[in-house]
Design a binder for this molecule. Structure first.
Ligand code: IMP
Length: 403
């Protein structure tokens, strides 16, 4: 049986949701190990479109167990809203198929308020992620086990930081509301909280298929990304260990890479296209944030960044997504390096005009499309095992077995 790790190799939004959903069909356990409601994993199944934020994508496949690990920061309100929303489509989420780590940190009203006020310089998602991780590092964080033993009230009171933008009275109100918000959900939440480390440890050492689902992307990693324009967690391979508390020998370390590049929020983006072509990619690729709806910045594929991402994560499997969005571009540029001023150095490759979204078979792809893939493979010294040519499960060309 297999342990798979799947990570975004760029700035997030590489199309991980669809791939994890495909893989979840054969998974016994799917684990989220970092991030929180800032993530937005879009999955299209038949006529239905689901956007998951905190729930592991395994909830949609029905048959597997799902874990939110200790490395995550979880907003209980948003989690319950997400569960209620997907239940409307007949999908079952209950403590029988979902467990939240007692050591995961709780995102409160306070965190969201701080993020709203202060997150603008980075262009955060406003979901309270940074302030929650900050308080974790300050050792004044609120964890899910505090909800079980009743210590949450004292802990929330201790969280009142020096919020210059709030008067003393307002601080009191925010504390009160944070406590009330949690108390409203306490009875519903309690059965979901438990020891995820043991569950994961048993699964990875037993005969199970286990899938570790990363959120965001490598270039948003708080250590290895484009700091300070990053998220507040590690989004790279190490987080799979720290965010679960279990050592795992991954059979496959899977990179999901978009065939071009996008980023939401602020920060450097050397290959960004601030042109009509960038707008076209945004429209064709429906490149709008799954969490905030913000338009994503679009640009050419940056192989230099991707190579760094391979070095960090030791990827041994590549999935290329959204190749269909490049159809109709006469000449496609790819950055192979950056000069001393961080400007991209490009090569130009011929494009294709044929619609490839229903092609069904790798060999039927137009030659210049196969050449584009081959160029990436040669540069990264790895074959692309899966090519995604559209949002639906059917629009997937599988060349190399994953599980
Ligand atoms: P935060 O994670 O909300 O603190 O936002 C920090 C940066 O990470 C911002 O530029 C966000 O747009 C970006 N970010 C956070 N989550 C995602 C994601 O799931 N996809 C893409 N960008 C993200």
């Amino acid at each position: 049986m297999s342990n798979l790790l799947i990570l975004g190799s760029q700035w997030g939004d590489e199309g991980k949701g669809k791939i994890v959903d495909l893989l979840a069909e054969k998974a016994d356990l799917v684990i989220r190990f970092q991030g929180g409601a800032n993530a937005g994993h879009t999955v299209v199944a038949g006529d239905e479109k689901f956007v998951l934020h905190q729930l592991p994508s395994g909830v949609l496949s029905g048959g597997c167990f799902n874990v939110i690990g200790n490395g995550c920061v979880v907003d209980p309100n948003a989690l319950m809203e997400e569960i209620t929303a997907i239940r409307k489509s007949g999908i079952i989420v209950s403590p029988r198929n979902l467990l939240v780590s007692a050591n995961a940190h709780v995102v409160t009203r306070l965190h969201k308020l701080i993020d709203e006020k202060l997150g603008g310089t980075i262009g955060t998602t406003g979901r309270g992620i940074g302030p929650c991780y900050s308080q974790k590092a300050e050792r004044i964080g609120l964890r899910f086990h505090d909800l079980l033993d009743g210590s949450y009230k004292t802990k929330i009171r201790k969280q009142t930081p020096k919020l210059d933008f709030l008067s003393l009275r307002d601080r009191g109100t925010v504390m009160k509301e944070s406590i009330e918000e949690i108390e409203e959900l306490l009875d519903i939440l309690k059965p979901y909280i438990g020891d995820t480390q043991q569950v994961i440890s048993r699964a990875v050492s037993g005969k199970k298929n286990v899938l570790f689902e990363g959120a965001q992307g490598t270039m948003l990693d708080v250590d290895h990304g484009t700091y300070p324009f990053v998220t507040s967690s590690n989004t790279t391979i190490g987080a799979a260990f720290t965010g679960t508390g279990v050592f795992v020998e991954f059979n496959k370390r899977i990179a999901v890479a978009k065939a071009f590049q996008t980023r939401v929020g602020k920060g450097p983006f050397p290959t960004e296209l601030k042109t009509a072509l960038g707008n076209k990619l945004r429209t064709v690729g429906k490149e709008f944030g799954a969490t905030t709806g913000r338009p994503r910045r679009c640009g050419w594929l940056d192989l230099k960044l991707l190579k760094d991402s391979f070095m960090i994560n030791g990827f041994n499997y590549l999935i290329l997504t959204k190749l269909d969005c490049l159809t109709g571009i006469e000449k496609i540029k790819v950055a192979i390096d950056h000069d001393e001023s961080e400007r991209p150095i490009y090569v130009e490759l011929p494009g294709w005009t044929e619609d490839i979204s229903d092609i069904g078979n790798f060999a039927k792809l137009p030659k210049s499309c196969r050449d584009y893939i081959a160029y990436i493979e040669e540069f990264l010294k790895i074959d692309a095992g899966v090519i995604s040519v559209g949002p639906d499960r059917k629009q997937t060309l599988i060349r190399r077995k994953i599980w």
